[in-house]
Design a protein around this ligand. Structure first.
Ligand code: MSP
Length: 511
């Protein structure tokens, strides 16, 4: 187990309110939730998510719907909150960039940058991608289109404020070299390093040709990316509550999709340094959920409704799938068939059947009461799995979710094997009560461990399993006391045989 470290702060990108959310949006937030739930088991934790509401992309979406941008955002934000609730996400704060608590501080940042000489007035002439809210040099366009999303770009020519990003290039390179783990995965680190090696241009940080943003004295609005990045510090008390801010900053883990890595690993640290603050410990750029090799997205028309999906498979099953299917960092292709296969094999068969078999044997042989093992617990099982909680916790905090789950599945497999090998039905028939009690106890104890270790991944299903196992209270979040040694489960608990935890789903018929 990692030593007691300082409080843990994890963030997701804040989401553009340009339409309804899809499963790709739920992805980053679910991952952050798994991290936060795990970190909370041993240290103070703060998990921030929210919405990015300014900028031309949102303004255009609102105009197309015949609404003011503020009306549009106010109507859509509940949809995002419903999405996170539907997927059992427990964030500590949800920040909206239109809130006064954010807007005031963004203005303060701008004034500070003006005073420190980090910004200057100049003329911006070049291309702009509204979808990504990104300025592009002509030389970077691909076939005249945005190199990130492939959409058309528009020519803009305006008097803007510029941030002296170029002045931070050497410091950024030094930071990358001194902290080779600070941007992950390695492929993204290398890509960012090559951007730094090529050289940096100063960054336009205002827009004068439209007005949906944080206003600048003297005209124009602040560039939406500067406004948005600042959410990570405005939400935790930057510049008004120093004690609070210092508790959480620098963040240990900032999760982002790989297409926005440059903003978070080049522009963001430079802005922080200009304000006299530190860069975050880690920016992890994850891969995309793809359909037919393309990033899932609303405008491509391949977006999957996350509400319908949660109805069909269960939100926890989806959470499990998203973290188990591919190593975190890689792209993975989405298909309902894959979700159904994972659900049926890992959850319905391996885990669900284990629980069902255990509870029905308890019902049949022991009136549903967890028996006393009377010192007969399987010492080999206890020895083998003693390190598991530490292994799982470390793997989660290292963002190796798939390996963490594989670790828990070793226990699931070992318990299924224990049923097959120790054959409780034979022990019962032959009246070997002591051995029967021991094996039934071990199964319940193993399931208790599994419920605790999988709780960050499947909070709702594991709480249900906890209840079925007849353990009083909520799932204990303090792993270090509840998983200290095999045998923590009190005998005498009254278990309840209920409907299957993970009912099998039919495989969708392929077209
Ligand atoms: N508003 C900016 C972020 C500002 S952070 C200071 C933004 N918003 S976004 O809504 O377009 O994307 C937010 C996150 O959703 C990104 O991390 C992005 O990678 C993620 N995803 C959107 N579609 C996705 C997939 N198809 N797959 C995985 N993640 C996806 O960028």
């Amino acid at each position: 187990m990692k030593p007691m470290e300082r409080p843990y702060y994890v963030t997701t990108p804040i989401y553009y309110i340009s339409g309804s959310p899809h499963i790709g949006h739920a992805y980053t937030t679910i991952v952050a939730d798994v991290l936060a739930r795990t970190a909370r088991t041993f240290r103070p934790t703060f998990f921030l998510t929210g919405t990015d509401e300014h900028g031309q992309k949102v303004a255009n979406a609102a105009a197309a719907a015949g609404k003011t941008p503020q009306e549009w955002c106010d109507e859509l934000v509940p949809r995002w909150k419903e999405l996170f609730a539907a997927y059992h996400v427990r964030y500590d704060d949800f920040i909206r960039t239109t809130e006064p608590r954010h807007v005031e501080k963004v203005r303060r940042v701008f004034e500070r940058l003006q005073m420190s000489g980090d910004v200057y007035l100049g003329k911006y002439e070049g291309w702009y991608c509204v979808n990504d809210e990104t300025f592009w040099l002509e030389s970077k366009l691909v076939d005249g289109r945005c190199p990130t999303c492939g959409r058309e770009v528009q020519w803009i020519s305006e008097d803007d404020w510029f941030f002296r990003l170029s002045a931070y290039r050497d410091r950024l390179r030094e930071h990358f070299l001194a902290h080779p783990q600070w941007v992950q995965p390695r492929s993204v680190y290398n890509e960012m390093m090559s951007i730094l090696n090529e050289g940096l241009d100063d960054l336009s940080i205002s827009r004068t040709s439209f007005d949906w943003g944080v206003p600048i004295d003297g005209g124009g609005v602040i560039y939406v990316w500067l406004d948005a990045l600042l959410n990570y510090i405005t939400a935790i008390g930057w510049s008004e509550d120093d004690a609070r801010f210092k508790t959480w900053w620098p963040a240990q883990t900032q999760l982002v999709g790989k297409e926005i890595a440059r903003f978070h690993t080049i522009i963001w640290p430079a802005i922080l340094w200009a304000l006299g603050e530190s860069a975050p410990d880690l920016v992890f750029a994850h891969g995309w959920i793809t359909v037919d090799g393309q990033k899932m997205g609303k405008s491509v028309g391949n977006a999957v409704d996350p509400f319908a999906l949660a109805q069909r498979f269960g939100a926890d099953s989806l959470r499990y799938f998203l973290l188990r299917e591919a190593p975190f960092g890689s792209d993975f292709s989405y298909s309902e068939e894959k979700i159904a296969q994972r659900h049926n094999s890992d959850l319905a068969n391996d885990l669900g059947n284990l629980l069902q078999r255990t509870l029905s044997m308890l019902q049949r042989y022991r009136d549903g009461i967890v028996p006393d093992p009377a010192g007969g617990s399987d010492a080999e099982l206890a020895r083998r799995f003693a390190p598991l909680p530490m292994v799982v916790r470390d793997r989660i905090l290292d963002l190796r979710f798939r390996e963490a789950l594989e670790g828990v599945w070793e226990l699931v497999t070992a318990l299924n094997r224990a049923i097959d090998e120790r054959k409780p039905w034979t022990l019962h028939k032959e009246g070997r009560t002591g051995e029967l009690n021991a094996v039934l106890y071990d199964l319940c104890e193993g399931l208790r461990w599994i419920a605790i270790l999988l709780h960050p991944f499947m909070p709702e299903r594991m709480s249900e399993m906890w209840q079925q196992l007849g353990i009083p209270g909520e799932i204990d979040e303090d792993w270090s006391s509840s998983l200290r040694a095999w045998g923590g489960l009190l005998p005498i608990g009254q278990t309840a045989l209920a409907a299957p935890l993970f009912p099998r789903v039919e495989l969708p018929t392929l077209a």
